[in-house]
Design a protein around this ligand. Structure first.
Ligand code: NAD
Length: 254
């Protein structure tokens, strides 16, 4: 129904074939987009490289978002190769384990700052760097979770961090809308990924979510990809600032 043929898309957040970002990259590619794919570091490269090759990524570059030089190098490459960008997917999060596993009340200032910087500040920075390349409009997406709005057991400090991420998305959507740049937060239900394995009792969270969701099915990375691909399309040009649940209806219950 819609095509992304000729679109240029930057995908940040593939760790392996379970990553939400990989599901999105597959769907964007299937609809015709050309991809730039990043990997965190040397350790991650060996898992991400085969996926980038399978998807025919035109740009494959290291990116630790806490390193400003790597951010600069990435955007220099994108500018040189494509001269523009249509879609940005930010699908990353980080929190030091001891803070992730403790009460919000006990979260250290340094852990909080780091979690906010990597999980939220990096979205602001990526969108800011993408803006001049989106002269004809574009789509910027990040990935949040229901724990942003309700207290979800064991999600802890990532709840407030995701709340900030959602708010940032709305503000940037308002600021960039006049330029035709749309900003969205996707909110998938719990999915078994590497990042999720850092959350305590994650299997119980998944079981509870599928029991409570009206469809009794948890979202897949392919579901997330299909939704992201639609949001990236011209047909979604008048949709922005949204929080898009991809969760079998979990959010309407409870
Ligand atoms: P994942 O482990 O596959 O992806 C997390 C990514 O974050 C990895 O690719 C990792 O390299 C990257 N990352 C961490 N620190 C980074 C840094 N400093 N610089 C660059 N990249 C960095 O797990 P995922 O579940 O696909 O996570 C993607 C996003 O989806 C996260 O924001 C997560 O909070 C969110 N999310 C996950 C679920 C779930 O249940 N898995 C549900 C809702 C939202």
């Amino acid at each position: 129904m819609f095509s992304l043929a000729g679109q240029k898309a930057l995908i940040v957040g593939i760790a392996n074939e379970s990553s939400i970002a990989y599901g999105c990259a597959k769907a964007l590619k299937a609809q015709g987009a050309d991809l730039a794919i990043t990997y965190l570091d040397e350790k991650a490269e060996k898992y991400v490289r085969p996926l980038a090759e399978e998807l025919g990524a035109e740009i494959f570059a290291p990116l630790d978002v806490s390193d400003p030089d790597q951010l600069t190098d990435l955007f220099v490459q994108i500018t040189a190769k494509w001269g523009r960008l249509d879609t940005l997917l930010h699908s990353i999060a980080f929190c030091p384990k001891e803070d992730l596993h403790g009460r919000v009340t006990d979260c250290s200032r340094t852990g909080f700052t780091q979690a906010m910087d990597i999980s939220v500040g990096s979205f602001i920075e990526l969108v800011r760097r993408a803006e001049p390349l989106m002269g004809q409009g574009g789509t910027c997406m990040t990935v949040s979770f229901y724990g942003a709005e309700k207290v979800v057991k064991d999600y802890n400090i990532m709840g407030p961090v995701k709340a900030a991420l959602e708010s940032v998305s709305r503000y940037m959507a308002a600021e960039l809308g006049p330029k035709g740049i749309r900003v969205h937060a996707l909110s998938p239900g719990p999915l078994k990924t590497r990042a999720a394995s850092g959350i305590a009792h994650f299997d119980e969270m998944m079981d509870a979510a599928s029991a409570r969701a009206p469809t009794h099915q948890l979202a897949t990375i392919e579901d997330c990809g299909a939704y992201a691909a639609f949001l990236a399309s011209a047909e979604a040009a008048n949709i922005t600032g949204g929080l898009h649940y991809i969760d079998g209806g979990f959010n309407i219950t409870g």
